[in-house]
Design a binder for this molecule. Structure first.
Ligand code: G4P
Ligand code: NA
Ligand code: NA
Length: 194
């Protein structure tokens, strides 16, 4: 998606080789009108699939998911990251190993908010190793709901997550796919982005 690629080129910064900072517009300061265009694009790609719920993970996914959900007219559920599992009632839980942050954590969603007749669109800001996305997929599978696809803002195409999630048969649609970041120079992959 040209609009997002331009924002990445003009307002993103490459740090330490393979970390892309997009905190000027996507996950710290948030450019709401830009994110609204991303939400519209997710609706263009997934709007005909009978989505009943959007699932994301705290923190950065929440704002993007909420803006996207306005176009679908469905609720957002976000998985909480926690050490303890003290949430009311029955919960769905999965362990996530973050390579980026070098730690394990549990993610939980109350079982009340995902049911077998739900059709779930997964949304997140980044897809890198895919650990967070795999955790969300596990939660949906435990609930018996159907995954209609995954909408990602920025996929690091050189990392393992995109292949891992697509190999599960999930339709991953990434609005910008980065093929490489070298010396601060970003190259996009237009084949995967579709
Ligand atoms: P991981 O296993 O290496 O941790 O990769 P994964 O794809 O699961 O992403 C883990 C977290 O790291 C995600 O945040 C993701 O947004 C973030 N991330 C991965 N690569 C980059 C990058 O190049 N730039 C930025 N800015 N973030 C990146 P999260 O778990 O959803 O946490 P939060 O940041 O939303 O709180
Ligand atoms: Na995220
Ligand atoms: Na993040």
């Amino acid at each position: 998606m040209q609009l997002l690629e331009n924002a990445i080129l003009e307002r993103g910064r490459v740090k330490d080789g393979d970390v892309l900072k997009v905190d000027a517009f996507l996950n710290h300061q948030m450019d709401v009108s830009l994110i609204n265009e991303l939400g519209k694009e997710f609706f263009r790609r997934f709007g005909d699939r009978g989505v009943t719920k959007i699932l994301t993970i705290e923190a950065s996914g929440i704002g993007i998911a909420c803006i996207t959900a306005q176009h679908f007219g469905v609720p957002v559920v976000f998985a909480k990251k926690t050490q303890s599992r003290n949430i009311d009632g029955e919960v769905l839980t999965s362990q996530v190993t973050s390579f980026t942050h070098q730690r394990n954590y549990d993610i939980i969603v109350s079982a009340r908010f995902l049911s077998p007749d739900d059709r779930v669109l997964l949304i997140d800001d980044f897809l890198a190793k895919g650990s967070a996305m795999l955790g969300l997929i596990s939660l949906v599978r435990q609930s018996g709901a159907t995954i209609v696809g995954a909408g990602i803002c920025i996929e690091k195409g050189f990392d393992v997550g995109g292949k891992a999630i697509r190999d599960l048969g999930i339709d991953v649609q990434s609005l910008a796919v980065i093929k490489e970041m070298r010396d601060g120079h970003i190259v996009f992959d237009h084949d995967t982005a579709a």
